[in-house]
Structure formats: structure tokens, C-alpha cells
Design a protein around this ligand. Structure first.
Ligand code: KIV
Ligand code: ZN
Length: 399
């Protein structure tokens, strides 16, 4: 890392916000398995749960704190003393612990959900952060729905939280409302008008209701955020959270642009994605960036031909870098002759042969025509289909 490159901390909340995905309930052992996988991936912080919500969540945060080494282990708490005490107990044996205290920042949430005055929200936040600091010197503070909140109130609330001892301030776009431009500008204002050079990290927490969570998190990085809160496969409340694999690979692939790095072992990404998908029962859409089945598959003849000539014609990152097998050519009606020939040779057929065992040019041409007919009828063509084509062709020649 050069001096002009900033280090972005990855705060994984798969086990807390991610588990809030409708229909998902991970059991104790499954959470522990995911926590170990996240530690292998090298995330900086694991938000392991919300200990006050149930004995199960408490026990899980406790066990993760005891067993998982490497990342900071974090527990969520409202501003109530009971929440903070419970989080602190659960985190007792963590080598590095963080208490994440949250309240609400927008008028609609303060009035209708908290049913408090803005003054009461500031006061309870200050007391909560001071109380949390009695248990750990790493306290994160969040006001839900900052994106839709009045910025004068945001300044008061967050300034008071910093004075009370918050070391990380998190700026949630709880309902996924902001555009990248707006959210980026909000983070710049937080940096210039709230943090003002004090040693406090700015964190981003975006939801994906309008499909902008990844773009918004990256806009935040461009404007001073040094922590991204995210989940594996982007799971979470409603449309989910920022997808961890997307922000990590965007920062890595476009380090020329972001001038930033995460400390993650990217080769673990695919494995963790599969694990979380299997344990949560939430399938990953095929065209999902980085971890979807099609993310490194080429179908059209023009693309396949390009990639066979030079990978960089249609590939911006190596599949191996995220722990997947090399990019695959999907054989179908859009595939061209070059990919067809390559697929035959991958299956062990010699395509420039003149002897009995090799496929000469005429044979390849005849097979290619039959392959196109089959692809029109069948869609995707698999290795067994290709073998059958070649064997049927050999029988025709022999008769
Ligand atoms: O979306 C949100 O505002 C949250 C907070 C608890 C940080 O998840
Ligand atoms: Zn959230």
C-alpha cells in the first residue's frame, strides 16, 4: 500500500443485518461456520448479532467472541443501558470488541417510531455512547435514516456522539433512498462539518431498495469514508445491503480510480458466497456480479473469439482472483467456430488432424453445422452433447 492509497475497512454484517432477510434464520452452528469463513476472508469487523434480541443471539455472539480470532467482533445495541450491558457481556471474551450503538436520525422515525423529541434523542445517544465506552474503547454510533434526516440535526447528533466518545460514526441510508451523487455529498459534509479532522472513522451503511447500494458505498469512499458495512451476496432487510464481494472487487479492480485497498483475501470470496447461499437457502441470481453463475461465462461468438485471442478483450478480472475456475465458454447458438474448435480440443479431439483419429477441416465444418442446429433446438450445449455429435459424425463417415 502506497502512502496515497487509503485502507478501507470491511465491516461484515451478514450475521446481523443479513440475517434480517425475510425468511432467513441461521442456527447457532451455521453462524459460527460463517463467522470462521469471514475471518478466513479477512474482514476487519464481524457484526455477530444483536445480543439483547434473544438468548440465541446472545449465545452466538458470545461463542464467536470466544472462538473467532482476527476480526473485531461487534454487537449491536439500542441506546438503552440493558442493550449495551447485554452486548458487553456477549463480547467479554473477544480479543477485539466493538459495541455498535444506534438510534434514529430522521424526523419520521424520531416522531413515529421512537416517539421522542430531538433533544431526547441526542441526550440518550450521549449517555449510551459514554456508557458503552466503559466496556470498550471501540464504540460505533449510528442514526438510522440519516439520508432523509435534517442535516442540522445530524450535525448536532453526531457531534454530541463524537464528544461522548464514539470512535466510528456510521451514516446509514436505511431505506436505500439516496443516489450516489447525493450520498457522496452527504459523506463529504459529514467529513467537513462533523468530523473536522478529529480521529474518527466515517462508515457507510447502504441498503439496496433502488439497486444503488454498491454505487452509493463507493461514492462514500470517494468522499472520505474508510469503512464499508456490507453483507455476503448483499443479503439483508428488504432488497438487502451493499454486497461485500461487489465493493471489494470494485475497489481492487479500479484501484487506479479509488486509490484504496481492502485487506481481504479475495480468493475466498466465492467459497464464502456459496456457503452463505447454502446455509441461508437464498440462491444467488445467475447474473450477479462476481459470484453469479454467469459472472465469468462467455456465450456470444464474438466474445468467445475475442477471449480466445486475448483474455482482456472481454475480461476485467480473473475468475481465479475471486476463487473461481477460469472463465468458461458457454456453448450455444451464439458460439462461433473458434470456441467450438476449442471446446472439441478441450474434450481431447484433435481438430487439425489428417489421420483417421483427427478431425480434419471438413469434419469440423460438418460438425459445426450440426452443432448450430442442435443449439437452436436445445439452447445450451454441454460436453456430453458435443461428444455425442462427434461420435455420431464418426459413424456417418464410417458407413
Ligand atoms: O439500516 C440501518 O440503519 C441499520 C442500523 C442498525 C445501522 O441497520
Ligand atoms: Zn441496515
Amino acid at each position: 500500500m502506497t502512502s496515497s492509497t487509503s485502507r478501507i475497512h470491511i465491516f461484515d454484517t451478514t450475521l446481523r443485518d443479513g440475517e434480517q432477510s425475510p425468511g432467513v434464520a441461521l442456527n447457532h452452528n451455521q453462524k459460527i461456520e460463517i463467522a470462521h469463513a469471514l475471518a478466513r476472508l479477512g474482514v476487519d469487523v464481524i457484526e455477530a448479532g444483536f445480543p439483547i434480541t434473544s438468548d440465541g443471539d446472545f449465545e452466538c455472539v458470545k461463542r464467536i467472541s470466544r472462538e473467532v480470532r482476527g476480526p473485531t467482533i461487534c454487537g449491536l445495541a439500542r441506546t438503552a443501558r440493558g442493550d449495551i450491558e447485554r452486548a458487553a457481556q456477549a463480547l467479554e471474551s473477544a480479543a477485539k470488541s466493538r459495541i455498535h450503538v444506534f438510534t434514529s436520525a430522521s424526523k419520521v422515525q424520531i416522531e413515529h417510531m421512537l416517539r421522542k423529541t430531538p433533544e431526547q434523542v441526542v441526550e440518550s445517544s450521549v449517555k449510551a455512547v459514554q456508557f458503552a465506552r466503559q466496556f470498550t474503547d471501540d464504540v460505533e454510533f449510528s442514526g438510522q435514516d440519516v439520508m432523509r434526516a435534517d442535516f442540522d440535526f445530524v450535525i448536532r447528533l453526531y457531534d454530541a456522539a463524537i464528544e461522548a466518545g464514539a470512535t466510528v460514526i456510521n451514516i446509514p441510508d436505511t431505506v436505500g433512498y439516496g443516489t450516489p451523487e447525493e450520498y457522496g455529498r452527504l459523506i463529504a459534509r459529514v467529513r467537513d462539518e462533523i468530523v473536522r479532522g478529529r480521529p474518527v472513522a466515517i462508515s457507510t451503511h447502504c441498503h439496496d431498495d433502488l439497486g444503488m447500494a454498491t454505487a452509493n458505498s463507493l461514492a462514500a469512499v470517494e468522499n472520505g469514508a474508510t469503512q464499508i458495512e456490507c453483507t455476503i451476496n448483499g443479503i439483508g432487510e428488504r432488497a438487502g445491503n451493499t454486497s461485500l464481494e461487489e465493493v471489494v472487487m470494485a475497489i481492487h479492480t479500479r484501484r487506479d480510480h479509488y486509490r484504496a485497498e481492502t485487506g481481504l483475501r479475495t480468493r475466498e470470496l466465492y467459497r464464502v458466497s456459496r456457503l452463505v447461499s447454502r446455509l441461508t437457502g437464498m440462491p444467488v441470481q445467475p447474473n450477479k456480479a462476481i459470484v453469479g453463475d454467469n459472472a465469468f461465462a462467455h456465450e456470444s461468438g464474438i466474445h468467445q473469439d475475442g477471449v480466445l485471442k486475448h483474455k482482456e478483450t472481454y475480461e476485467i478480472m480473473n475468475a481465479e482472483l475471486v476463487g473461481r475456475e477460469a472463465a468458461v465458454m458457454v456453448m450455444g447458438k451464439h458460439s462461433g467456430r473458434a470456441a467450438f474448435r476449442k471446446a472439441l480440443s478441450d474434450l481431447g479431439y484433435v481438430t487439425n488432424g489428417t489421420s483417421d483419429r483427427g478431425l480434419n477441416e471438413d469434419a469440423v465444418n460438418a460438425l459445426f453445422a450440426r452443432f448450430k442446429e442442435l443449439a437452436d433446438r436445445k439452447g445450451q450445449i454441454y460436453a456430453d452433447d458435443l461428444r455425442a455429435l462427434v461420435e455420431a459424425g464418426a459413424e456417418v463417415q464410417a458407413t
